[in-house]
Design a protein around this ligand. Structure first.
Ligand code: SAM
Ligand code: DTB
Ligand code: SF4
Length: 351
């Protein structure tokens, strides 16, 4: 029996559902299967744990933009690069909640708040805890991404009612140092452990299209699948072009079929995780997105804006999902979350 067939056999048993001892050769054997076989296997895994005709809709807001001391070579928000992005202070809690309410009205079930920090300061964390508490009060799932956390900070977020923490490994262990030097992969893994220990669910994935090889993309999936528990959410970002950052010189958009294969491989390796087609949908045709949903992607960000780059308009997403017979929280017709400029330098209490 060849390696891919053996993995297929394991997939039918319970072992594959929580398997965390993958290697890149096994991932490659899946990835390289004939397309129809790979898609069937991914569909089987998908249908075992999810409604294949439903896509989760999340919304993203940059609550503190730019001025970040980290040197992530793909990011518009790093102080190390000339990206012409205007840095802002932490948003006012009331503005964050108003944006979350609009996102909910437009059909988002999860609200993700992102801050361009290496790690949050205690005073800022107080404000974010208030935001989490207030957004949770709207009946939405909450997610934040704030950089590295100590165990105590993770516990405080859990106590505020946080559902998910987003912290990406970004790429393979081999490619990592070509992209970021100011914090190590181990730093990220440590933060993920603090988040998990605090009882918060993990949203962890990475970026493709930065000039990495297929083996790096698979190495990233292996890294994610071999974490002590599979991340509950796995965002797969296609690099959104930013002028003035180092990745601009190395970037190579993946072949569309390679993207579909990667999504299918992620679906099989982490069959219980929600796989999000994250940044980069602005570049994808409807047909490519449809293939990604068929391969097992079952979450998207809705709204015209991600953090500092574009996302497809809600109307286009509503139309695509309707044509595919996919249900989601999108109600259609209404304006979705937009970035709201901060009106104050300090977060205010708004319980
Ligand atoms: N500063 C925090 C951190 O890095 O953990 C949170 C915000 S950061 C913008 C969240 C993630 O967005 C990054 O880890 C990266 O995977 C993704 N990202 C950032 N810029 C991107 C881009 N231009 N295209 C695609 N994904 C991007
Ligand atoms: C993730 O993996 N993707 C989101 C979210 N987590 C925070 C961020 C995408 C950022 C895209 C580039 C930008 O808009 O600046
Ligand atoms: Fe800062 Fe996050 Fe951007 Fe890295 S990805 S530069 S940590 S905002």
């Amino acid at each position: 029996m060849d390696a891919a067939a053996q993995i297929q056999r394991k997939e039918t048993g319970d072992e594959a559902q929580v398997r965390n001892h993958w290697n890149v050769e096994e991932a490659k054997a899946l990835y390289d299967r004939p397309f129809a076989d790979l898609m069937l296997q991914a569909q089987r895994a998908h249908r075992k744990h999810f409604d294949p005709n439903h896509v989760e809709t999340a919304s993203l807001l940059s609550i503190k933009t730019g001025g970040c001391p980290e040197d992530c070579g793909y990011c518009s928000q790093s102080v190390h690069y000339e990206t012409r992005l205007k840095a802002t202070r932490l948003m006012h809690c009331a503005d964050v909640v108003a944006t979350a309410r609009r996102a909910k009205d437009a059909g988002a079930t999860r609200f993700c708040m992102a801050a361009a920090w290496r790690t949050p300061k205690d005073r800022d964390l107080d404000s974010v805890c208030d935001m989490v508490n207030a957004v949770k009060g709207l009946g939405m799932e909450t997610c934040v991404t704030l950089g590295m956390l100590t165990p105590n900070q993770a516990t405080r977020l859990a106590e505020a009612g946080l559902d998910f923490y987003n912290h990406n490994v970004d790429t393979s262990p081999e490619f990592y140092s070509k992209i970021i030097t100011t914090r190590s992969l181990q730093d990220r893994i440590d933060t993920l452990a603090h988040v998990r220990d605090a009882g918060i669910k993990i949203c962890c994935g990475g970026i493709i299209g930065m000039g990495e090889h297929v083996e790096d993309r698979l190495g990233m999936l292996v890294l994610l699948a071999n974490l002590p528990g599979h991340p509950e959410s796995v965002p797969i970002n296609l690099w959104n072009k930013i002028e003035g950052v180092p990745v601009e010189d190395t970037a190579e958009p993946p072949d569309p079929i390679a993207l579909v294969r990667l999504v299918a491989t992620a679906r099989i390796m982490m069959s219980r995780s929600v796989v999000r087609l994250s940044a980069g949908r602005q570049y994808m045709s409807d047909e490519l997105q449809a293939l990604c949903f068929l391969a097992g992607a079952n979450s998207i960000f809705i709204g015209d804006v991600l953090l500092t780059t574009k996302d497809p308009k809600v109307d286009r997403d509503a139309d695509l999902l309707a044509r595919l017979g996919i249900t989601s929280g999108i109600t259609g017709g209404k304006q979705c979350a937009q970035y709201v400029a901060p009106t104050s330098s300090l977060g205010e209490k708004c319980r």
